[in-house]
Design a protein around this ligand. Sequence first.
Ligand SMILES: COC[C@H](NCc1c(COP(=O)(O)O)cnc(C)c1O)C(=O)O
Length: 322
Amino acid sequence: SRDQKPFHIVSPVLESLSLSRAAGTKVYMKLENVQPTGSFKIRGIGHLCQEAAKKGCSHFVCASGGNAGLAAAYAARKLGVPVTVVVPSSTGPGTVLRLQEMGAEVEVSGQVWDDANSRALELVKTKGWVSIHPFDHPLVWQGHASLVQELKDSLDTKPDAIVLSVGGGGLLAGVVAGLWQVGWQDTPIIAVETWGAHSLHAALEAGQLVTLPDITSVAKCLGAKTVAARALECAKECQIISQVVEDADAVRAVEQFLEDERMLVQPACGAALALLYTGRLQRLQRERRLRAPLGSVVVVVCGGSSIRPAQLRALKDQLGLQ
Ligand SMILES: COC[C@H](NCc1c(COP(=O)(O)O)cnc(C)c1O)C(=O)O
């Protein structure tokens, strides 16, 4: 059949003067927050859903912190396939409502993503539904790789680093796949997590997969207790510099980004922005883990939809930020 158009859009790449000033290097923003449903997820999730629908699957089920679920609901609606999204109790009521408005069945199960995923696996087993994994599937990585192809098409020169957030490692795996596709595999990736959701950092330190005891970060959308095995393999195929930031830095970065660029993103995205706002790039240069000077870096503004001004205020109160 004629190949369907993808559900994602070609997102803008814009230079950020404020991030460039803070990082001491030209910073380009890849604005995935303007994708349908507000995050990069639609790239990989849309691709997986389209491929599953081609095989005639009758019902999707997606365990998600929220954004992958929204992407799955969007794709399912376009494809006319029923979808059940399982979210943990840490996912706000606003997201549950939005999922239902998009036509998804929603189940709230457990405290963290891993609990919701256990419930989703039950539904796959008992009902023969098809799992739409939020980060651990080759078709998800293939879909996310389109982001790098767009960078290749829009930037005059190869960036000297790509900064991105890591939850389960799907975005990371997709960017690595994309870098190899466009011949930019020697571009270092700065993979950022928040403490309390640092499953990749722990795995890289241990040299094997590590399951965190709990997710204690406010960045619940980075909340996979174990990173995908593929993410660990990526470290053998590309230079991955793992960095971890504090929740407070991620939330302050959300607020600073709103001030600077008039866009509101989730703390999961704030983590990557915090690396640039808090001088961590310059520290990596001082430590000789990155070249100095750098020509330019790209930050993936991964977005995230369940964030409103009231939730930003609540996060600041929760963390004791003025
Ligand atoms: C628990 O949640 C996993 C996944 N969120 C993942 C996520 C990430 C990290 O992407 P990953 O590394 O999981 O592919 C970054 N930035 C945002 C805004 C995200 O929502 C989800 O929505 O189900």
